[in-house]
Design a protein around this ligand. Structure first.
Ligand code: EPS
Length: 407
């Protein structure tokens, strides 16, 4: 059993999203406002649709936190769906009542049978044997990622106690590519502030403007845009993950977590696909001076373990498949051709997805840190971390620590 577990529940237009996080040490400071800040960042980003004008995501702790601190018990929280008020009849847990004409009318209004290509609708309806695709789409909706961002913010809190920070940002929307030089990260707080100030969470001001224009154009055309997300951390402790077994390798675990975000179709670590066409001499990060490296092409991972460099992960997000100008599809109730279902959508959710990817990376890293350092209380966890750092420092000597940089 993994040390840290997360379960989410809830439908997009149901009463609330629920999250349970189990395995946290006791004594971790958790304030709702810290999680709410992360939720607001997920709601923002140019290109979001009508739903985000209705919601004002905020958590309510219902277990595991007392007087602002974790107790070691499972942390449970809820995020209300404000839009649920408009879906009371259609999303009620009560059994159908054929005599309730008003509710039957609401159910008919919200019934979906025209499947959206690219979404879970077709496969989900066949797999679960449902006539109303709403049974599938309500849970497949990217609304679920609000729950993950809340859990990720808890993970980030744990990482912060070790001096580790994680941030997600956007490096491409449609065909507009950003240029973010390595020097951008030399001042971490300034870099993060620049990302928050961009309407699309992009570190390249010129590209941000072009991305906004591209989103406007996509909206005009009734279509949507995808893009490329990057997640970056401050230097990580050496040795998170392991080379000894396939399911302990951190690169695989990170890829699984990030690939599980709706619409993410590819994950790359470091220079990844570019490495494929380079020679070995051009692909690896030589020890330039003592333990110092002149580059980070490996993206901070070697042999499935962190190597003390910042983690750099990229993720490709396909355009949202709910389209104002619908794709040709099929009506499952008749088998006849019909345009895909459309209610409303986001022209571009790449900035939001970068916040979700940040949450998932923070989650996997927190899990790996808990695995390596253990501890039932935060004090114990931090003490184990200090001992580990101390042992590694003694092994490398003062020069090694200086050259490798400390976390
Ligand atoms: C989302 C909530 C959804 C969409 C979007 C993401 O709200 P609704 O379905 O009420 O419009 O805005 O999800 C999708 C477009 C999708 O295809 O899943 C959210 O909270 O992020």
């Amino acid at each position: 059993m993994t040390r840290l577990r997360m379960l989410t529940a809830g439908e997009s237009h149901g009463p609330a999203l629920t999250v349970i996080v189990e395995g946290l040490p006791a004594g971790l400071c958790l304030e709702a406002e810290v999680l709410n800040r992360a939720l607001r960042r997920r709601q923002a980003g140019y290109g979001r649709g009508g739903r985000m004008k209705i919601e004002s995501d905020a958590v309510e702790f219902t277990g595991g936190v007392r007087l602002g601190l974790t107790s070691g018990a499972p942390v449970a929280l809820q995020i209300q769906n404000r839009d649920h008020a408009n879906w009371l009849g259609a999303m009620s847990a009560l059994p159908r009542d054929p005599e309730d004409a008003e509710r039957e009318a609401q159910l008919a209004l919200r019934r979906v049978t025209r499947v959206r290509p690219g979404h879970a609708d077709f496969a989900g309806a066949l797999k679960y044997g449902v006539d109303d695709v709403r049974d599938v789409l309500e849970r497949a909706s990217a609304r679920e990622t609000a729950a993950r961002v809340a859990a990720g913010a808890i993970a980030a809190r744990l990482l912060a106690s070790l001096g580790v920070e994680v941030v997600g940002h956007v490096v491409q929307i449609g065909d507009v590519k950003a240029t973010v030089e390595e020097g951008f990260w030399s001042d971490w707080p300034a870099a993060c502030a620049a990302l928050e100030a961009s309407p699309v969470r992009c570190g390249d001001g010129e590209a941000s403007v072009a991305m906004v224009a591209a989103i406007d154009e996509a909206k005009r055309q009734g279509t949507s845009l995808g893009g490329v997300i990057a997640v970056r951390t401050t230097p990580l402790p050496v040795g998170l993950g392991s080379h000894v077994q396939w399911d302990r390798r951190l690169d695989g675990r990170l890829a699984q977590a990030v690939m599980s975000i709706p619409a993410i179709k590819g994950v790359a670590i470091g220079d990844a696909f570019e490495l494929a066409s380079r020679t070995g001499h051009q692909a690896h990060d030589g020890f330039a001076q003592g333990y110092a490296r002149g580059s980070n092409r490996a993206g901070g991972l070697e042999g499935g373990m962190t190597n003390g460099q910042p983690l750099v992960l990229l993720a490709a997000k396909k355009p949202i498949s709910t389209l104002p100008r619908p794709l040709p599809a099929v009506d499952l109730s008749s088998g006849e051709p019909a345009p895909a279902h459309f209610e409303r959508t986001d022209a571009c959710a790449v900035p939001a997805a970068s916040v979700v990817a940040e949450a998932m990376v923070a989650w996997v890293l927190a899990e790996a840190c808990l695995e390596k350092f253990g501890g039932d209380s935060l004090a114990e966890f931090m003490a184990h971390f200090e001992v580990g750092q101390d042992l590694q420092s003694r092994r490398l000597g003062p020069r090694g620590v200086e050259e490798r940089g400390s976390t």
